[in-house]
Design a protein around this ligand. Structure first.
Ligand SMILES: [Zn+2]
Length: 169
């Protein structure tokens, strides 16, 4: 695996220029009111209003809209900037899972913004699977064992049937 020297790990991603049509759309989004700052509107249009890591439609619902995150592709802790080139629209879970991961370190100093996103995306998929296995699957196993040991089945329904597993409502 290529490991660039430290000074190359915080190199700014290349800037992806918006097309004139995308720029008009960003301006209209800001003019429509709400809380979208001009620079964030450009980043959101560039992202197609989708999480740049998992593809979630960030205008899909109020719940998703409430969880917009601006990920720093090269983390701020690695001297990544607050500039548009270094920002990626992300859903909360992807931003949380990516954490301080720096794709530049693995993609190399010459990787484009798109390549950095691809490297981060692959890492997020790996980490997501690991969290599923290490936390969610483990907790569900404990719940199943707890119930099969004779405790009240108040927490889970039939784990083999579709539908809500947890009685959260
Ligand atoms: Zn996401």
């Amino acid at each position: 695996m290529y490991m660039p020297p430290d000074e190359d790990c915080n190199k700014e991603p290349d800037y992806e220029e918006l097309t004139p049509d995308q720029r008009r759309l960003a301006e209209r989004m800001v003019a429509a009111g709400g809380l979208l700052l001009p620079e964030n509107a450009e980043a959101a249009v560039r992202a197609g209003f989708c999480c740049e890591y998992c593809g979630t439609n960030m205008l899909g619902s109020v719940d998703v809209y409430a969880g917009w995150h601006w990920d720093h592709i090269v983390p701020k802790s690695k001297k990544g900037s607050n500039g548009l080139a270094n920002k990626a629209l992300a859903c909360g879970p992807c931003n949380y899972i990516k954490g301080k991961y720096n794709p530049r370190r693995f993609a190399g100093p010459d990787a484009t913004r798109k390549e950095l996103i691809e490297v981060a995306k692959a890492e997020i998929i790996r980490r997501r699977a690991r969290k599923q296995r290490d936390y969610i699957d483990r907790y569900l196993q404990v719940l199943r064992e707890h119930e099969s040991a004779g405790s009240e089945p108040t927490l889970t329904q039939n784990v083999n049937s579709p539908g809500p597993l947890l009685a959260c409502a």
